[in-house]
Every structure is written in structure tokens, then in C-alpha cells.
Design a binder for this molecule. Structure first.
Ligand code: SAH
Ligand code: SF4
Length: 347
């Protein structure tokens, strides 16, 4: 365990919180905006370099607060161009972000927890259990580390909270991270370009919709309660009807649709009957589908279906007028694909 300062960390604070902190020091509130610009527009974490603050103020705040950044431990590149970035946290936990190459830009898939407690049967991250929640600085830090230290950072246009962990089980920190990321003095990512992916904690979906306007993705993975509970224990507590009601009422950003993610697992949830049940389950919900052929990993007995079965499933959804993409598995060779993140260094 490293020793580190226990001064308040401005990287864990929203603009309003930095303003409060500074006001309590008897200083002008607008200094908060200046500091945040240095942090998130220029990647500066040393008060000494914040040259538009007076020397006296810099000396004073240095004694009372700190700003942290997240060091990149390792970047691995897949044969398909996907990159997996490993970060070491102050307590030596390891977490991962994945960079996905799109046509003209990159999407960053960020983690919100070190590990995950939710125990979905198909997910490697879930196998290792939860180590701890990430702080806002550790969620935002994954983005700023890449922004200021890698060439891809400049072309990072969208953020998906779909890495390790369940964002809505770390609600407060995820919400604060979103506020920082989308602040006009933050890294400047628009709310429309942020997607929160959840496995379905319905009260938190409702809260998220009330408190911020971001895109929602829901890991659905089964068309009925029996199958879903077998794959995802959460379904016992928040069954499908309740989940779909919360989705129906979720206020998406204008002209956006909820995305339902559906992992296709051979012989488990991939029959034509399953696809038809899905269409009746979601009748009246403004949504689209991402079908993810199961990413195999050594400790799992599940298999991915044949291409023919995947196409048949997709065609039924399309016939019912749902936009349905099959998400090709990316970064498989470096265990960067969905559900394969484990926060482990290369062996
Ligand atoms: N906890 C959140 C976000 C992280 S999980 C959630 O569950 O939505 C990221 C995505 O990976 C989820 O959509 C999940 O369904 C998918 N996933 C997990 N394990 C997978 C696997 N083995 N193959 C394919 N997708 C997987
Ligand atoms: Fe956790 Fe999501 Fe994996 Fe389920 S699918 S174990 S909620 S990371």
C-alpha cells in the first residue's frame, strides 16, 4: 500500500463543490472555474502551474488540497485495433478501460467499480467479485489520462459506462463523475455522448432519469423471468415487468432510443421463440437492440451460437421493426471484449 496525502482531493469534487471549498477559504468563487479548466482542459495537476492564480493563493491551496491523476500502467492492442488500458489505483487495485475504434473517432468504455458483486453467470468480471467502488476521480481519471497522454484521446467522442462494474451500484460517484465530465469547464463531453449501461436496478434507473439526461443501455439477456433469473440474480429482486416499466418511463435525450443489450448464448436464450417473446415483452418501448454473441472464456461452459442462429434471431427483431445490430466481438485476443475485463496485468 502506498502512502498518500489525505488532503481533500479536488478531483473528487464537482464544480459546485470546488466553489464551496474555495468560498470557505474566503476566496472568490470564480477561482473554482479557473482551477477546473487547468485540470480538465490542460491536464494540469500541479497548483504551481496554474499561472492565472496569485502566487499567494497557490501556496495556500497547495497546503489544503490536492489534485490526483490516474497513471496508465499498460496499454495492450488487439489485432482488430481495440485497445485495453490498465490503470493502477492508489491502493494498487487494477482497473481497465477499453478503447473501441469507430469510423472517425474512438469510444471509451470506462469502469465504475473495481470488480463487480452482481454475479451474472456469463460475465468474467463478475467471477472475481467486487473489490471496491471507484471514486469520481478514478472514473473521470480514466478519461483524462487518455485525453492528455495518448493520440487517441483527441478523437474520443463518446463514453460508455460499460467496463468493469455496475454503475448504478456505485450511483453517487457515477453521477458526480458524469457531472464533472459534462461540465462546461470539464473535459467537455456532451451528455448525449454518454451512455450508462446497467443490469437493471430499477429504482436507480428512475433516479438517474430524474437527475441527469444521459443515454441508457440495459443488459437484458433473456425474454422471460425464469431464464433471466437463472443468468442474472438481480432479476429476482427487480423482475422484468418492473424493469421494462422503468425503461418505458426513462426520459432519454431527444431522439435517442434505449439500447437493450442481449448476449446470445448457444441453446440458452437464442431460439426463434426467445426472439418472438422479446418482441412482445418490449411492445411499445422506444428501443433498439445490440446482440452480443457470447464471448467465450476458459472458465465458462457457455458457447456462442452459430452465425446462422445469430442471423435468424436478428431477422426476427428486424421484421418487428427494431433496429438490431450484431456487435462483432472486439478485442477478444487481449480479453478486452464485453464481460472479459478482470483488472489483471498480462501474465
Ligand atoms: N454492469 C453493467 C455494465 C458493465 S457489463 C451491465 O451489466 O450492463 C458490460 C456488458 O458486457 C453488459 O452488456 C453484459 O451483458 C456484457 N457481457 C458480460 N459478459 C459477457 C460475455 N461473456 N460475452 C458477451 N457480453 C458479455
Ligand atoms: Fe457485473 Fe455487468 Fe458483469 Fe453482471 S454483466 S457481473 S452487472 S459487470
Amino acid at each position: 500500500m502506498k502512502s498518500y496525502s489525505d488532503k481533500p482531493d479536488l478531483s473528487n469534487m464537482s464544480l459546485e463543490e470546488i466553489e464551496d471549498f474555495i468560498s470557505h477559504l474566503g476566496k472568490e468563487k470564480y477561482r473554482a472555474r479557473q482551477i477546473m479548466k487547468w485540470m480538465y482542459r490542460f491536464g494540469i495537476s500541479s497548483f504551481d502551474e496554474m499561472t492565472n492564480l496569485s502566487k499567494v493563493f497557490r501556496e495556500e491551496i497547495k497546503e489544503l488540497a490536492r489534485i490526483t491523476s490516474l497513471p496508465i500502467e499498460e496499454i495492450q492492442e488487439s489485432i482488430d485495433g481495440t485497445k485495453k488500458v490498465l490503470f493502477r489505483l492508489e491502493d494498487d487495485s487494477l482497473i481497465e478501460s477499453v478503447l473501441i475504434r469507430e469510423k472517425n473517432h474512438w469510444t471509451q468504455c470506462v469502469s465504475t467499480q473495481a470488480g463487480c458483486a452482481m454475479g451474472c453467470k456469463f460475465c468474467l468480471t463478475g467471477r472475481y467479485g467486487l473489490k471496491r467502488n471507484l471514486l469520481p476521480s478514478e472514473i473521470v481519471g480514466q478519461i483524462t489520462a487518455l485525453l492528455f497522454n495518448t493520440p487517441e484521446g483527441k478523437d474520443m467522442k463518446s463514453i460508455v459506462m460499460m467496463g468493469m462494474g455496475e454503475p448504478l451500484a456505485n450511483y453517487e460517484n457515477t453521477l458526480k463523475a458524469i457531472k464533472i465530465i459534462t461540465s462546461d469547464v470539464g473535459p467537455g463531453v456532451s451528455k448525449r455522448k454518454i451512455t450508462v449501461s446497467t443490469y437493471g436496478i430499477t429504482p436507480m434507473i428512475r433516479r438517474l432519469g430524474e437527475e441527469v439526461s444521459v443515454n441508457l443501455a440495459v443488459s437484458l439477456n433473456a425474454p422471460d423471468d425464469e431464464k433471466r433469473t437463472a443468468l442474472m440474480p438481480v432479476n429476482k429482486k427487480y423482475p422484468l415487468k418492473e424493469l421494462i416499466d422503468a425503461c418505458r418511463e426513462y426520459p432519454m435525450p431527444r431522439r435517442r432510443m434505449i439500447t437493450f443489450e442481449y448476449i446470445l448464448i448457444d441453446g440458452i436464450n437464442d431460439s426463434e421463440e426467445d426472439a418472438k417473446m422479446l418482441t412482445s415483452l418490449l411492445r411499445g418501448v422506444h428501443c433498439k437492440f445490440n446482440l452480443i454473441p457470447f464471448n467465450e472464456f476458459p472458465e465458462s461452459d457457455f458457447k456462442k451460437p452459430s452465425d446462422k442462429k445469430i442471423r435468424a434471431f436478428q431477422n426476427i427483431l428486424i421484421k418487428h421493426h427494431y433496429t438490431t445490430m450484431v456487435r462483432p466481438s472486439k478485442g477478444n485476443d487481449i480479453l478486452a471484449a464485453c464481460g472479459q475485463l478482470s483488472g489483471r496485468a498480462r501474465e
